[in-house]
Design a binder for this molecule. Structure first.
Ligand code: ZN
Length: 89
């Protein structure tokens, strides 16, 4: 088991390692801080904890991942874009 951090909020997570454990993440609710790797449509991989997975959009982009932040022990959120260079008029 290798210590990792969520790419979104940065909280410490553990990833089930090894082929034998590949699908066991479906059997818990993330109470142990587990995470899975999410592949975006642009082909990049991001390790995300369960709270972050709960709040990312259905088809997240790298910017969504970058705006993820930790709220508390069990929750994350997508922070509103504070410095967007492409504001809608
Ligand atoms: Zn996270």
């Amino acid at each position: 088991m290798t210590p990792n951090a969520c790419d979104g909020c940065g909280r410490p997570v553990t990833v089930a390692g090894g082929v034998a454990n590949l699908w066991t993440f479906g059997e818990n609710d993330g109470s142990d801080g587990s995470a899975i790797t999410l592949e975006l449509q642009d082909g990049t991989d991001h390790l995300l904890c369960y709270p972050c997975l709960d709040v990312v959009p259905d088809n997240p982009i790298a910017d969504d991942i970058a705006r993820l932040e930790r709220v508390d022990h069990e929750n994350s959120r997508v922070a509103p874009a504070s410095r967007s260079s492409s504001k809608h008029p």
